[in-house]
Design a protein around this ligand. Structure first.
Ligand SMILES: [Zn+2]
Length: 240
């Protein structure tokens, strides 16, 4: 059976002598593995279809649950994502979130749209730390794990000093915290709330320091690492 889908290459690995296995995030089928036969031969016409962050209309043949690449019409190469090291690690953070935390073969159109918006915003030269933060906060919400910053998750207090409770997925106050909860500054909470509420096309108007954005990203990193495996690309981005 032949199927057609819009898709983004998250990763591609060499396979056998001349093939590649592409991890494609597709609009219609979610995360799928596609075998691209003969794509590493010198004269292969579809080489571009396995490039990381290639966005295209993919035509695939499907046998049982296995997909093979037939052809691809490129819609955007997103090549600029690979030209700057910070932009690259931000794009990898987004790709790795989808690779690690979405189900194989399960379409999630909202995540797909979120990914495209985030990549386009990175291409528009918006601060990569800011775009990563926006994507992670929204992505966690779409996965049912929205971080809560409004008030203490136990008593509802809004005034006392705040701590992050990874178990509850939000902030707790000085009176309700346990010894494991780490303090979070009011500035970091303000950054997260502002970014949560701001659409992608208005992010360029925000002007936070790299330090504030990294503090906010550390919260996402700790939260994700607590629930799942850590995001390696985000760890690299935070070190830059
Ligand atoms: Zn409290």
């Amino acid at each position: 059976m032949d199927v057609t889908t819009k898709g983004m290459v998250l990763r591609a690995n060499d396979y056998k002598e001349n093939d590649k296995l592409i991890l494609l995030y597709s609009l219609e089928y979610g995360k799928i593995t596609v075998c691209a036969k003969g794509i590493r031969k010198n004269n292969a016409k579809l080489k571009f279809a396995a490039d990381q962050f290639c966005f295209g209309q993919y035509e695939l043949s499907k046998t049982d649950e296995r997909y093979t690449l037939k052809t691809c019409e490129q819609l955007d190469s997103f090549f600029a994502l690979r030209e700057d090291v910070c932009v690259y690690y931000a794009a990898c953070t987004i790709a790795e979130s989808i690779m690690n935390y979405t189900e194989e073969g399960q379409a999630e159109p909202e995540v797909f749209v979120e990914m495209l918006r985030a990549f386009s915003t990175l291409i528009d030269s918006v601060e990569p730390l800011l775009v990563s933060l926006k994507f992670l906060l929204d992505f966690m919400k779409l996965q049912g794990l929205e971080l809560q910053f409004d008030s203490c998750m136990v008593c509802g207090d809004t005034d006392k000093k705040k701590y992050l409770d990874l178990q509850r997925g939000g902030i707790v106050c000085d009176s309700c915290r346990t010894v494991r909860n780490l303090p979070v500054s009011a500035r970091t909470i303000a950054v997260c709330k502002m970014v949560q509420s701001m659409p992608y096309d208005r992010l360029k108007n925000l002007n936070f320091t790299a330090e504030s954005l990294k503090d906010a990203l550390h919260i996402c990193y700790n939260y994700i690492s607590h629930s799942f495996s850590p995001l390696k690309s985000l760890g690299e981005l935070l070190k830059l």
